[in-house]
Design a protein around this ligand. Structure first.
Ligand SMILES: *Cc1c(COP(=O)(O)O)cnc(C)c1O
Length: 358
């Protein structure tokens, strides 16, 4: 019996998104305009911050956030090696040095108990990643930042709507989000910076638009990191469904964790609202064979990430030779299963049966 393939991720684009894009195309206002402003307003409200600044993608949101914090050459930024490369590269883009601290194996997030040992007089910021949609330990990280006078820059690219003790991520420090098609909501490509800090917001806006507070008056070096109204219109349509989709992800994850007995399933901290951008198990043994078998049985999976950042050739070339055993073990063991809101009850049952048969 041939059953449909279950993909690891699937952007949900409906009639509302299509109509919204066509309306923008008909309007003649294609670049950054009213749609972007509305998405910024709604996103700021959603996260619970004063300012949201839309960008061209999550990578440029991270870059602009570090610029806006005044981080530059000679500075150090503490981050996790178990993430997408963009989190660490943000520091490189501004001439700063990423300093890696290993992860907590239970949550895959930056281990705060190891952070203070790596703080030096050059440290300017801690950049945790809310990996897979679970907030990093914000009690500990906010406290460390306060005591050492450091910026907290949250890579929340996988964590739209995630919360720690009921407060949304991206509001504890300076938040950065991505709207790439596989993320929990999409604009095709897009990003957002969130902050309560008026000066950071102003600096991020300036950098996004050629350092020009007024057209053709350039006061500082800037870039074109703008979002377009075409993309923002998709995001506004997605926004109407983000909470319903998130609840589906959480319910799907709960069903998987009830059913899967053969592998270690995700640990959710009691303080956390984990929004399950990814649902990740650990496969000890031949992970690639497990991935291949699931593929043959019609189930897509992902490996996020197969190598920690400090092992990437770019970082080797830069002289990084540190070891982070838990990040390295996670890179060997993690396997992400479908958890997206388009899964049916039958899909979930199939995933559970096939995973338990591995
Ligand atoms: C997706 C992602 C980014 C980059 O976002 P883009 O929109 O793809 O540029 C950065 N950090 C993490 C953790 C991500 O998952």
């Amino acid at each position: 019996m041939d059953q449909p393939y279950i993909p690891i991720a699937r952007p949900l684009i409906g009639d509302a998104e299509k109509a919204a894009v066509l309306a923008v195309l008909d309007s003649g206002q294609l670049a950054q305009g009213a749609q972007v402003r509305e998405l910024e307003t709604r996103f700021a409200e959603y996260i619970g911050v004063k300012h949201a600044i839309a960008t061209s993608n999550g990578t440029t949101a991270l870059h602009a956030a570090l610029v806006a914090c005044g981080i530059g050459p000679g500075d150090e930024v503490i981050t996790t090696p178990f993430t997408f490369i963009a989190s660490a590269n943000a520091a490189l883009f501004v001439g700063a040095r990423p300093v890696f601290v290993d992860i907590d194996p239970a949550t895959f997030n930056l281990d705060p108990s190891q952070v203070e040992d790596r703080i030096t007089p050059r440290t300017r910021a801690i950049l945790p990643v809310h990996l897979y949609g679970q907030p990093a330990d914000l009690d500990a990280l906010v406290d460390i930042c306060r005591r050492h006078d450091l910026r907290l820059i949250e890579d929340a690219c996988q964590a739209h709507g995630a919360a720690w003790r009921g407060q949304r991520v991206g509001s504890f420090g300076i938040g950065t989000f991505s709207f790439y098609p596989t993320k929990n909501m999409t604009t095709a490509e897009g990003g957002m910076i969130t902050t309560n800090d008026d000066a950071v917001a102003a600096a991020a806006r300036l950098f996004r638009e050629h350092g020009a507070p007024v057209r053709y008056q350039h006061v500082s070096l800037g870039h074109n990191f703008r979002m377009t109204d075409v993309h923002a219109a998709i995001g506004l349509a997605q926004f109407d469904q983000i909470e319903a989709w998130t609840e589906r992800r959480i319910a799907n994850a709960a069903a998987l964790s009830r059913g899967i007995t053969r592998f270690e399933t995700p640990t959710v901290r009691p303080e956390a609202r984990h929004v399950f951008h990814q649902y990740t198990i650990r496969v000890q043994g031949d992970r690639d064979a497990a991935k291949e078998q699931l593929h043959r049985r019609g189930i897509g999976t992902g490996i996020h990430y197969p190598a920690p950042v400090h092992h990437q050739p770019l970082y080797r070339h830069l002289g990084y030779d540190d070891t982070h055993p838990e990040a390295e073990r996670a890179a060997r063991e993690v396997l992400c299963l479908p958890v997206h809101p388009a899964l049916s009850a039958a899909d979930l049952e199939r995933i559970i049966v096939e995973v338990n048969c591995l």
